[in-house]
Design a protein. Structure first.
Length: 701
């Protein structure tokens, strides 16, 4: 690779282009070109030289200047002067804010550091501004550990117990596939660059099949759409196995040499004939047969599964079943065959060097762990109680399930809350202090990806807005005020980035951090067909259809269909009261709760909307365009009805995640979602939810 400068100055010295990386929770992790004029970001574009980004950006990140220079941007520290939740603050100086925060945290830590909880996720995916300095700080004070489960943990658990880790296909190879199953993913909205490779494949004659309860923009453009019930993905995969085995559409040599537990898996698959699968999934036997036969007779065949199927009780089992399919037919032999959920496990990260758990007092003894998906329960009932909460890179009041309990927890007057933010989000309204954080064009960072094989550097392009500071500097400042003299807590951003990666790993080809910064990005040296000859990163080195590790935990070693917690099959009484399954995928123009307050993107989404099938709408007197209320025992939200047959009967869908305060009625979709956890990985079950929907006109009559 020819070195490229990370900063290119054009003849007009007031105009420059700086290389960056998209920080958001998306598999694409795009390489950016940031155009700066007179100290202001004027344009953010995709790098045309980067093979995965190839010059294209989603509508969200293309509007980044609008977000960066937003008139509501936080630029000074704030201290609460009103009641919690009112969002009334006064400006305060950095020294005063940090002094008081350090004093409050120090007093709590002196009694029991576990009464302090950090809460963060993927507001930035960078090593430095994510969990680098932050984790070091919280480890040093002995704070409770946070189980960061809200998105990927169930899916990663499914990969770990089957393939050995977050590994899979190279996304660029999908362009050469002859069959692509897009399973639980609206790729046009949430994985745009994969979609471009899928379109290349289709132009070359490939067949695209979408598997999703809703006929998304992606499903509309595929050749076939299989509209299964939410939470029945494992049954469909097992039904495919049943047909593949009975029709002898297997790669017996690959199975014998590179898999473990085929005989047991065959017995499990025998329990899922097409007629049973059709009844479970709410589809036809013909659809099951067509899907299985297409997969068993087409080569190369590739599967792009995504986290849409990992939001129900049986999420990890579903992922285990789906990623077992390529080994059955030998799809891994081809560079354009196999499956992709995440490839983040290919990056030689050094988590211990990055986050320094050895700083924990009494290490290797660890503090308690709290699951972020159950933050409402934790704030209201943890023992010992949580007395201080520091939120960064997240907006839990809006994005965590069971909003009413989350809001009650955040509203505790005895809870000291600090929020690092860009805007006055729902969560910031409950803070005692709000600290203005920098955005991506204002700081340095290093990024890996989970949807491609490139390590990227992000260079600061402009000065921070007002008094905003990087997360790393805020936590360094708190550490100084608390008297911590550990060198790890004084490390520079560059030192944190260098520690994040094992640079001696051969996958990096001898490159260093300086090389990545000079080039902007480098590709990992990973084989084109990583498992053509086996070599899975499991204990056995094989694709483990049956997991001895699960068996040792007293769990089912084989994948199986687990009915959702909330369904007619598992809870008939609840289903009689709340007969509609509810799912809440991300809106195309938002990314979780980011970009919701960007005017042009909010205008594109217009308002919270709820899709309902015409048959379900008719019996409820709901007409297209009317206001409706979706509700269950946990809460309710209001949305505009979209009566359409793109959603299957018995299912309703509302797009998230609007901020509560920007939603009619003051509540978003998470007012009805449950804090129950997935089968493995402790993930949230956002799409495992029953509701009823009523017309507001009728409700008020």
């Amino acid at each position: 690779m020819m070195p490229r400068s990370n900063l290119r100055i054009v003849p007009d010295s007031s105009h420059q282009i700086v290389r960056g990386a998209c920080p958001h929770d998306c598999p694409d992790t795009c390489a950016l070109l940031v155009t700066v004029e007179n100290g202001r970001v004027m344009r953010v574009a995709g790098d045309p030289a980067h093979p995965s980004t190839h010059g294209a950006l989603c509508t969200k990140v293309a509007r980044y200047p609008e977000r960066l220079h937003h008139p509501d941007r936080l630029t000074v520290p704030l201290r609460r002067v009103g009641a919690k939740g009112e969002g009334r603050f006064e400006p305060v100086g950095w020294d005063e804010a940090l002094d008081e925060i350090a004093a409050r945290l120090g007093a709590i830590a002196a009694r029991d550091g576990q009464r302090i909880l950090p809460y963060s996720y993927a507001g930035t995916m960078g090593f430095v501004q994510g969990e680098g300095m932050a984790s070091r700080f919280f480890h040093r004070i002995g704070a409770s550990l946070l189980e960061r489960t809200i998105c990927s943990s169930a899916g990663i658990a499914g990969l770990r117990y089957t393939l050995g880790g977050a590994v899979g296909m190279d996304v660029e190879r999908f362009a050469d596939a002859r069959l692509i199953l897009i399973w639980g993913s609206n790729s046009i909205a949430s994985n745009l660059h994969f979609w471009s490779f899928a379109q290349q494949a289709r132009r070359n004659g490939a067949r695209l099949i979408a598997i999703d309860p809703y006929r998304t923009e992606t499903a509309q453009k595929c050749d076939t759409h299989v509209a299964l019930r939410p939470g029945t993905d494992a049954a469909l995969a097992l039904g495919m196995m049943h047909v593949l085995i009975r029709r002898e559409l297997l790669d017996d040599d690959y199975i014998a040499r590179h898999t473990l537990g085929f005989a047991a898996l065959s017995e499990r698959a025998a329990q899922y004939p097409p007629e049973r699968v059709a009844a479970i999934c709410g589809i036809s036997e013909e659809e099951v047969l067509d899907l299985a036969l297409a997969y068993g007779t087409t080569r190369p065949a590739a599967i792009r599964l995504n986290y849409g199927l990992a939001r129900t009780r049986g999420a990890a089992n579903a992922v285990r079943a789906i990623v077992s399919l390529p080994a059955l037919v030998g799809a891994w032999r081809d560079p354009a065959g196999g499956a992709l959920l995440s490839v983040s496990g290919n990056f030689p990260t050094d988590s211990a060097a990055l986050t320094r758990p050895d700083l924990i007092p009494g290490w290797p003894r660890q503090p308690r762990s709290i699951n972020m998906a159950t933050i409402g329960d934790a704030l209201l009932g943890a023992d010992p109680p949580i007395e201080a909460l520091v939120v960064y890179n997240s907006n839990p009041v809006a994005v965590a399930p069971d909003s009413e309990r989350v809001i009650r927890g955040f509203a505790r007057e005895d809870l000291f809350t600090v929020v690092l933010e860009h805007f006055r989000t729902d969560t910031a309204d409950y803070a005692d202090f709000v600290l203005p954080a920098t955005m991506q064009p204002e700081h340095f960072d290093l990024h890996k990806a989970y949807g491609h094989l490139y390590l990227l550097a992000n260079e600061p392009a402009v000065a921070p807005a007002g008094q905003a500071r990087p997360n790393s500097e805020i936590f360094r400042g708190l550490a100084r005020r608390m008297g911590f003299d550990d060198p790890a807590l004084r490390a520079t951003d560059e030192e944190i980035a260098a520690a994040a990666i094992d640079w001696s790993d051969p996958r990096l080809g001898g490159n260093s951090l300086a090389d990545v910064r000079r080039a902007g990005w480098i590709r990992l040296a990973v084989p084109a067909a990583p498992f053509a000859d086996g070599g899975f990163p499991t204990p056995s080195g094989k694709c483990e259809f049956a997991s001895e590790r699960l068996a040792a935990q007293g769990l089912d070693p084989l994948p199986d269909q687990l009915d959702p917690y909330e369904s007619a099959a598992s809870d008939p009484a609840l289903a009689r009261r709340y007969p509609l399954s509810f799912i809440s995928p991300p809106a195309r123009n938002f990314l979780n709760s980011s970009f919701v307050n960007v005017a042009s993107l909010a205008a594109s989404e217009r308002e919270p909307q709820c899709a309902i099938h015409p048959d379900d709408a008719a019996v409820r007197g709901i007409v297209d365009g009317s206001r409706v209320r979706a509700f269950n025992d946990r809460g309710a939200f209001v949305a505009r009805a979209r009566v359409e047959d793109r959603i299957r009967p018995g299912v309703v869908l509302a797009w998230g995640v609007w901020w509560h305060k920007l939603s009619p009625g003051g509540r978003n979709v998470n007012a009805v979602t449950a804090p129950a956890l997935t089968d493995l990985g402790g993930g949230p079950t956002f799409y495992d939810c029953l509701v009823e929907v009523e017309s507001l006109r009728e409700a008020s009559a």
